[in-house]
Design a protein around this ligand. Structure first.
Ligand code: ATP
Length: 231
């Protein structure tokens, strides 16, 4: 496999106080520029796996590495900065700051990530360019994020993930609020951007029909041991 952007090795995790659920991932790697769709039923641990990859939670055992750095080896603040540098995240609910403008929201990750800010060049111009590329109306940058439609907010969330070209994009059910046509358009935009910049993409979905567009489709049951007994 070509250079891996993401590797997990013998990773084990239990949520504190929830003895019934345990996730173990022996070996997972995502290569530079590779797009991977992660499928799995509700409660199987997909969001938990993404939280481990982002360093929002740390594994009880094993190693998660992003671009060659083991994220558990970083202290809390350094880990937050490393995440902001290396990973663009698109959440299910977009997590936009409602009272911030569209530009504020798109530029937010750059605040904690100087190298990514440098890659973005003139950051406001890059944000405006991304808005145009993603089909948002001219002048949208100064609008309040909460004033936009759901589909437009989703594009803002994509622009925020893409700005400054982090090597890895993580997306948790980003199309769940969209109808089938908007879903296809959304994926067109996302793939056009990730292919241009050789960005790796790991996207979680319930919908196996999306799989044909990805380099690889993984069912979480095939890469992880999942214990789900009642606690
Ligand atoms: N923040 C949390 N605190 C405690 N337990 C959690 C937390 N997040 C998830 N869990 C538990 O971890 C298990 C796996 O949940 P997770 O959300 O990772 O699954 P999922 O596959 O993403 O589900 P869905 O498709 O419904 O989003 C569940 O038992 C859930 O209750």
């Amino acid at each position: 496999m070509s250079e891996a952007v993401l590797t997990l090795s013998n990773v084990g995790y239990r949520w504190p106080g929830r003895a019934g659920f345990a996730l173990t991932v022996p070996d997972l790697a995502v290569a530079l520029g590779e797009s991977v769709l992660l499928l799995g039923e509700s409660g199987s641990g997909k969001s938990t796996l993404l939280s481990l990859i982002c360093g929002a939670i740390l594994p009880d055992s094993g190693v998660v590495s992003i671009a060659g750095t083991e994220i558990s080896s970083l202290s809390g603040g350094a880990r937050d900065r490393y995440r902001a540098e290396q990973i663009g995240v698109i959440f299910q609910q977009f997590n936009l700051l409602p009272f911030g403008t569209v530009s504020d929201n798109i530029l937010l990750p750059l605040r904690f990530a100087p190298a990514r800010r440098k890659r973005a060049g003139v950051a406001l111009a890059e944000a405006t360019q991304l808005c145009a590329t993603l089909g948002l109306p001219e002048g949208v940058g100064s609008e309040k994020a909460s004033a936009l439609s759901v589909g437009q907010q989703q594009r803002v969330a994509v622009a925020r993930a893409l700005i400054g070209h982090p090597p890895l994009i993580i997306a948790d059910e980003p199309t769940s609020a969209l109808d089938a046509n908007s879903q296809a358009a959304f994926l067109d935009l996302l793939f056009a951007q990730t292919q241009t910049h050789q960005t790796s993409l790991l996207m979680v979905s319930h919908d196996p029909r999306l799989g044909e567009r990805f380099d690889r489709v993984i069912n979480i049951e095939d890469i992880a041991k999942i214990a789900r007994s009642a606690s």
